[in-house]
Write a protein that binds this ligand. Structure first.
Ligand SMILES: [Zn+2]
Length: 108
């Protein structure tokens, strides 16, 4: 029997995002912070972030792909530490590490 922990999407509080997270952002005290949500919530979360940015006069910028992938690596690495027996997390982590390895390097 394996001990699998469920990490709920913080937006809909329904979907398990342990092995399928999508990195959006939200504004906290005027600063953009990472906000990992489920596939269903991703577009809405980005839209909410864009509207919130607009309201406080912050320019909305796409996050560089490598930054998103690094967030996912950190997230899945933490989930794997919690549920080392969950094969879905290992697969998700492998996949995002592969994408990070081939993602174009953007100017910093
Ligand atoms: Zn959700």
């Amino acid at each position: 029997m394996c001990d699998v922990r469920v990490t709920r999407c913080p937006r809909c509080l329904a979907e398990d995002i342990s092995a399928d997270a999508h990195p959006s952002r939200r504004l906290v005290d005027g600063a953009a912070v990472p906000f990992l949500v489920c596939r269903n919530c991703f577009r809405a979360a980005e839209l909410e972030f864009r509207i919130a940015s607009d309201r406080v006069g912050l320019p909305y910028e796409q996050r560089p792909i490598r930054e998103s992938l690094r967030l996912l690596v950190d997230f899945y690495t933490a989930r794997r530490a919690e549920s080392p027996d969950d094969p879905r997390i290992a697969i998700a982590l492998d996949d995002v590490e592969r994408r990070l390895a081939i993602a174009p390097v953007e100017p910093t």
